[in-house]
Design a protein around this ligand. Structure first.
Ligand SMILES: Nc1ncnc2c1ncn2[C@@H]1O[C@H](COP(=O)(O)OP(=O)(O)OP(=O)(O)O)[C@@H](O)[C@H]1O
Ligand SMILES: [Mg+2]
Length: 378
């Protein structure tokens, strides 16, 4: 989706708009912070579009889930023969972004060694392709970085370099979570629903005021991304031209306030609760599983259990698992790299013969899964 402006009527969004204008004009480095799904990537695109670099490339690199050596060669390029799979020279993303902008997403996940290399680049525009003795310099690339991490806390525990933080944080755009700017729910809903109707070739349904007030009252832990997922689910299920209370998912109508706080649900295994947040509530694997795992709130056992439960539902198919976990197909490699890195990549064969489970959770997951497939077919 290409964005011309930020959707929203809150004072907070107007402030973010002003920051985008200012960042667009100035050309300085930008750090965008905010919870998962608040629109950090949208903001990065808008800043690039409104800068004098807009006719040059905007290159995006996601620093999470990419093993360090791969990240280094993606950023800085490599020369032929520098490692087993390096069959020819490869230009890195920084060089590809020359004259334009590089958007470094999830910068908080970068290793300390990569942070040092990035800092060197930011100080003098120097890059050294992997396996090359020469350094190239004079690259002119604007850096925009984003994270949903608390970087000052990472500086305190010495996992993020303070000097890099100050380099990146020249203009700081902080996007508040949707629950702190509830006025934006209605305009966002209208906008997202209209866009989805175009994609699915259906006329936009009207929403009742009681249903809209439930949407406004809900806390949206997955922010705008969750709102978009709910809009898509409701749209695909809507029986008539009017969306009413009964068309909304249960967690929004308040039949239970949140999955984690419902006592009946809290006794269920963590893997089931987290799987349900992805399959029923439309949250993404990165926020529901990856983040708590890297901050050590989830164990390897939990992670393996979630993968196993997911693979049961997809009968061992990892591509479908990616959809089940609310991720775009392009995240496939990233997820697998992450699982391998932590030794949680399970063989698919044992799941091939397991018959599909028809428990309530499995049924919910299956329905979310078939919706995901609808989304992919278009
Ligand atoms: N103000 C907005 N106007 C229009 N669309 C928005 C807005 N904010 C977010 N979106 C939409 O919400 C979804 C999530 O936004 P985005 O990918 O930019 O979030 P993010 O902050 O980068 O999330 P993450 O930290 O998980 O990567 C996208 O589909 C995006 O188009
Ligand atoms: Mg993002």
């Amino acid at each position: 989706m290409k964005h011309k402006s930020l959707i929203g009527e809150s004072a907070a969004i107007r402030d973010v708009e002003l920051e985008i204008e200012c960042a667009g004009r100035s050309g300085a480095k930008v750090l965008i912070t905010g919870e998962s799904g608040v629109g950090k990537e949208v903001v990065a695109h808008l800043i690039h579009q409104r800068s004098d670099r807009s006719h040059r490339p905007l290159v995006t690199i996601n620093c999470a889930g990419v093993p360090e050596t791969l990240l280094e060669s993606e950023l800085f390029g490599h020369v032929r023969g520098s490692f087993t799979d390096a069959h020819r020279d490869k230009t890195g993303y920084l060089e590809q972004a020359h004259g334009g902008t590089i958007f470094m997403d999830e910068i908080g996940e970068m290793s300390l060694r990569m942070q040092a290399l990035l800092l060197r680049f930011m100080e003098n525009g120097e890059i050294q392709p992997v396996g090359s003795g020469r350094t190239q310099s004079m690259l002119n690339v604007r850096v925009i970085a984003a994270t949903n991490r608390d970087l000052p806390a990472r500086i305190a525990d010495k996992t993020f370099r303070e000097d890099l933080y100050y380099r990146l944080n020249v203009i700081h755009v902080a996007i508040p979570p949707l629950r702190e700017r509830r006025e934006d729910v209605r305009p966002l809903w209208d906008h997202l629903l209209r866009a989805l109707c175009v994609v699915h070739h259906v006329p936009p349904p009207h929403i009742s005021e009681s249903a809209m007030s439930k949407l406004i009252a809900y806390d949206w832990p997955g922010n705008v991304r969750e709102l978009r997922n709910v809009a898509e689910r409701v749209l695909l299920r809507a029986q008539s031209g009017e969306i009413g209370l009964s068309d909304l998912p249960r967690e929004i109508t308040g039949q239970f306030s949140s999955v984690a706080s419902a006592p009946k649900v809290a006794q269920r295994p963590t893997s089931d609760v987290l799987l349900e947040r992805m399959t029923v509530h439309g949250e993404s694997f990165w926020s529901v599983v990856y983040e708590p795992f890297v901050s050590r709130d989830l164990t390897r056992e939990d992670l393996r259990a979630i993968i196993a439960r997911g693979l049961e539902q997809t009968k061992g198919n990892y591509k479908l698992l990616i959809m089940l976990f609310n991720l775009p197909p392009s995240d496939y490699k990233r997820v697998l790299n992450f699982l391998r890195k932590y030794d949680c990549h399970m063989p698919f064969q044992p799941f091939r013969s397991v018959p599909a489970q028809l428990g309530s959770n499995a049924a919910a997951a299956n329905s979310a899964w078939s919706e995901a497939r609808v989304g992919v077919r278009r």
